[in-house]
Design a protein around this ligand. Structure first.
Ligand code: DGY
Length: 315
């Protein structure tokens, strides 16, 4: 049975798959496959381990003759057409829980980088501008005791809350369709959260309800000193509206790990000084990546070798 792995992943997952001689690996380790290459490669595959930039749409799924499982190497699965998978009785699995700590840490890192002007300060020194100490240079917030608003209070959002509460004694508020009991955080409407938070962290899934959840009107509700962090998915923010908000300083700054049309990041956004940008690496710790590879491999083995449903079935 053929398993297509579209990108290089940690050996931990590959070793697990290789323990099963009945699995033949088509292990691509170079540049991302084009749509045409993917269509060709998936034709006789029994399972695929794609990564998030691989758009597993209806064309790809319908091009597969034997596909039983799409075991994405990610927690998010907004790059997979679940309807098309369902209509061909193909399972979809993900890797939940493996990157909670890593993404939460990156969220805090972006908050600190934006607030403490780390990137601007680094550039200033490297470019030889540090000629005298300036009491008014790069002023930013002290986070201790401030309010952190978390949009999407699942595993990652709750871990961000723990770090911010334990480390900075921050007051935590959240907006989420679900009430999270005993969280030590106050549940607010999105509007209330945006109006009262000093830092806003987006930690929700991308779905029709969260597409452009943060648009011009929402950006205008934020404090002029607010810092907005997105480690969720790019389209949760209307990027054009955000660029205007940053340009016109409706808010103090933003930290973005995700973008509306990855890997394209508009030049206008790259030119702004009050934003810190990272290339979708919030989960890029060695620990999380190994766990992702292990979980994806276990899902494949469960379906192809053991004949069961995947361990982490999403559809
Ligand atoms: C995920 O898993 O959904 C992350 O965005 C990428 O690792």
């Amino acid at each position: 049975m053929k398993v297509l792995i579209t990108r290089k992943i940690p050996d931990a997952g590959i070793r697990l798959l290789k323990e099963h001689p009945e699995l033949e690996l088509d292990y691509r380790q170079g540049a991302p496959l084009s749509k045409e290459e993917l269509i060709k490669a998936i034709k006789d595959a029994d399972a695929i381990i794609p990564v998030i930039p691989d758009q597993i749409d209806a064309d790809i799924i319908n091009a597969a003759d034997n596909l039983k499982l799409i075991a994405t190497y990610s927690v998010g699965y907004d790059h997979i057409n679940l309807e098309a998978a369902k209509s061909k009785s193909v399972y979809v699995s993900n890797t939940p829980g493996d990157l909670t700590e890593s993404v939460a840490e990156h969220t805090i890192a972006l908050m600190m980088a934006v607030g403490k002007k780390i990137v601007q300060g680094d550039k200033y020194v490297r470019e030889g501008n540090y000629n005298y100490w300036d009491p008014m240079l790069y002023l930013g917030p002290q986070f201790m005791g401030k309010t952190l608003g978390i949009v999407g209070f699942g595993r990652i959002g709750q871990h961000v809350a723990d770090i911010a509460r334990d480390g900075f004694n921050m007051r935590i508020v959240y907006s989420d369709p679900k009430v999270i009991p005993n969280s030590g955080a106050e549940r607010l409407s999105l509007e209330e959260l945006l109006e009262t938070s000093d830092v806003i962290s987006l930690n929700c899934n991308l779905c029709p309800a969260t597409h452009h959840l943060i648009d011009e009107a929402q950006l205008k509700m934020m404090k002029p000193t607010a810092i907005l962090i997105n480690t969720a998915r790019g389209p949760v923010i209307n990027e054009k509206a955000l660029m205007r908000a940053l340009e016109e300083e409706w808010i103090e700054g933003a930290g973005l790990d995700v973008f509306e049309e990855e890997p394209n990041v508009p030049e206008e956004l790259r030119d702004l000084k009050n934003v810190v940008l990272t290339p979708h690496i919030a989960s890029a710790t060695r620990e999380a990546r190994i766990e992702m590879a292990t979980m994806a491999a276990k899902n494949v083995i469960e379906v192809l070798v053991n004949g069961n449903e995947p361990v982490n079935k999403v559809a």
